[in-house]
Design a protein. Structure first.
Length: 170
């Protein structure tokens, strides 16, 4: 769990690759969950609730209904991702903290989409090329193991290579 000092350091460093600030809980809680999903698909990060975009600690009150809505929305990420919402007092104000680990079972999907964190922004992957790149980067697809459909081994390999492969594969 982050300490008040840790949070102050994050706030001083500004939003970026590993930090997102929200002055309030968005009316659509799914916006928070998209951020959480993006951090899980990247190197992890933290969402601070009660901090504005100008690095000012404003504080926030999160009632049980909002807390439940946030936790329920995060539980919709697949595969399951463990992260909790905690409250930390900083400068006499409550800050909501969602610590997100870098996921070990990437890709994490929310509402049928893959979200990633690029620099200070979360983005939804929308094209096949973006998804292919993400899968390669996360170690799910290896370029050198991808089939080459246009390759004709019978016509492209030399006889000694064909004999070697035939002997080895049999």
């Amino acid at each position: 769990m982050l300490s008040a000092e840790d949070i102050q350091l994050i706030v001083t460093s500004s939003e970026g690759y590993n930090a997102e600030f929200k002055v309030a809980v968005p009316s659509k809680v799914r916006e928070l969950t998209e951020e959480v999903c993006a951090f899980a698909n990247a190197a992890g990060g933290v969402v601070l609730l009660g901090v504005d975009d100008h690095n000012q600690i404003k504080g926030i009150n999160i009632d049980n209904a909002k807390r439940s809505a946030i936790q329920n929305s995060i539980s919709d990420i697949s595969p399951a991702l463990y992260c909790t919402l905690s409250m930390v007092e900083v400068e006499g104000k409550n800050i909501g903290v969602i610590e997100v680990p870098s996921g070990t079972e990437k890709p994490y999907i929310f509402s049928g989409a893959i979200y990633i964190h690029l620099g200070p922004n979360s983005q939804k992957l929308t094209t096949a090329e973006e998804m292919r790149g993400f899968f390669q980067q996360s170690g799910k697809i290896y370029f050198d193991e991808s089939p080459c459909r246009d390759f004709d081994a019978a016509n492209k390999l030399t006889k000694p290579t064909q004999l070697f492969l035939r002997k080895w594969l049999i």
